[in-house]
Design a protein around this ligand. Structure first.
Ligand code: COA
Length: 370
């Protein structure tokens, strides 16, 4: 029997601190008028020093599990898509796994920049469809503010921090993720890049001095690329699901620039009302932008079970991706679970595992020395 991967839970988190265009205008040579007219962005959320990609990911994950009424120990796979992971390694997904108490989950990070959440949803859906697992958590989480060059007006006005998470669950009922299109073009890798900190250009005083650990972008080229692929990828995913644009309630575009979204809507010959747009309040949150837009629409009732959506994203790589999903909502369950409570136990058991490792290290260390 065919298996289907349904979206049964969703959650989002953004830092409390809001940075307005007016504040930015005091930091670099720009204005609220310029940013709004060229991008559609009005403000963005910025992580506090004690917030990171993992902390935002954990918050969104717990909310998504609460909506799905799924206990963390039932999760079998965690994918964190991020352009701003906690470390080069370990994977941010493993830190999330530990902090939410997902004791039976495999966990890995996915690097496809702003397209990462759509890539991740498709990977998790494929795993569920094969029947090898039933419950997966896909998270898009970013603290782009920590990689932003706050002296570069070409980029610092665009980005914001946040996270969004979906729970995917398997069922024999048709629905859920219906099709996906994943693409890349590495010849444009230099158009949007953090040049240093990897094996190509390891960290040195020189790289820090040259600000090479921060985001660099050719805005015009990225803009041209985005307008070329958005509508095309949307059409391909709809066709692959054997649907037409009339079957689609909302297009959920990556929230990078309102003019890019308008251009895509024009090419698709759909009204802007059929696009979910919230970048005015969040800026570009990369992998988190699509799940945050969907969370808001699901929470205020614009998205209802049975509605079909196209998610379409583009980003560094270059990468782009689109996906058609039929909205499901939580599966019926017998007992209420409280995923947030697992965090306390997860913390205790994590400390216990660390302690055991420490003690074992002392014992084995002594033996070896002896
Ligand atoms: N405030 C004021 N002026 C600014 C500015 C800012 N924040 N940023 C750039 N400018 C200036 C430029 O220096 C340029 O000046 P010049 O003509 O004297 O050189 C002028 O505005 C116009 O620059 P241009 O690049 O043509 O503007 P644009 O209309 O293309 O808008 C972007 C710039 C970055 C908003 C736009 O190219 C864009 O959104 N690109 C896609 C970026 C993106 O989405 N990246 C993330 C992908 S996931």
């Amino acid at each position: 029997m065919a298996r289907y991967a349904h979206i049964t839970g969703w959650g989002m988190a953004v830092p409390e601190r809001v940075l307005t265009n007016h504040e930015l205008a005091q930091m670099v040579d720009t204005s609220d008028e310029w940013i709004r007219s060229r991008t559609g962005i009005g403000e963005r959320h910025i992580a506090a020093p004690n917030e990171s990609t993992a902390t935002l990911a954990v918050e969104a994950a717990i909310k998504a599990l609460t909506v799905a009424n799924l206990a963390p120990d039932q999760v079998e796979l965690i994918i964190v898509a991020s352009a701003t992971p906690e470390h080069i390694f370990p994977a941010t997904a493993c830190l999330v796994q530990d902090r939410i108490g997902a004791v039976k989950a495999g966990a890995f990070d996915l690097s496809a920049a702003c397209s990462g959440f759509v890539y991740g949803l498709n990977m998790a859906a494929q795993a569920i469809r094969t029947g090898s697992m039933n419950n997966a958590l896909v998270i898009g989480a970013e603290t782009l503010s920590k990689f932003t060059d706050w002296e570069d007006r070409n980029t610092c006005v665009l980005f914001g921090d946040g996270s969004g998470a979906f729970v995917l669950q398997g069922s024999d009922e048709p629905g859920g993720i219906l099709s996906a299109v994943l693409r890349s073009d590495g010849s444009g890798g230099d158009l949007l890049i953090v040049p240093a900190g990897g094996s190509h250009l390891p960290a040195s005083t020189e790289t820090v001095k040259n600000r090479q650990h921060l985001i660099q972008m050719n805005g015009r080229e990225v803009f041209r690329f985005a307008t070329r692929v958005m509508a095309q990828a949307t059409r391909e995913a709809v066709q692959a699901a054997q649907l037409t644009m009339d079957d689609i309630k909302f297009v959920v575009p990556h929230q990078a620039n309102k003019r890019i979204i308008e251009n895509a809507a024009n090419q698709l010959e759909i009204s802007l009302e059929r696009c979910l747009i919230n970048l005015e309040r969040y800026g570009n949150t990369s992998t988190a932008s699509i799940p945050i837009a969907i969370c808001e629409a699901a929470e205020d009732g614009r998205i209802q079970p049975g509605d079909r959506l196209v998610m379409v994203a583009f980003g560094a790589g270059l990468t782009w991706a689109s996906l058609v999903a039929q909205w499901s909502g939580p599966f019926p369950t017998k007992h209420k679970v409280y995923p947030a409570w697992y965090r306390v136990w997860a913390r205790v058991s994590s400390l216990m595992r660390r302690f055991r490792r420490h003690v074992e290290g002392l014992i084995w260390g002594t033996k070896e020395q002896g």
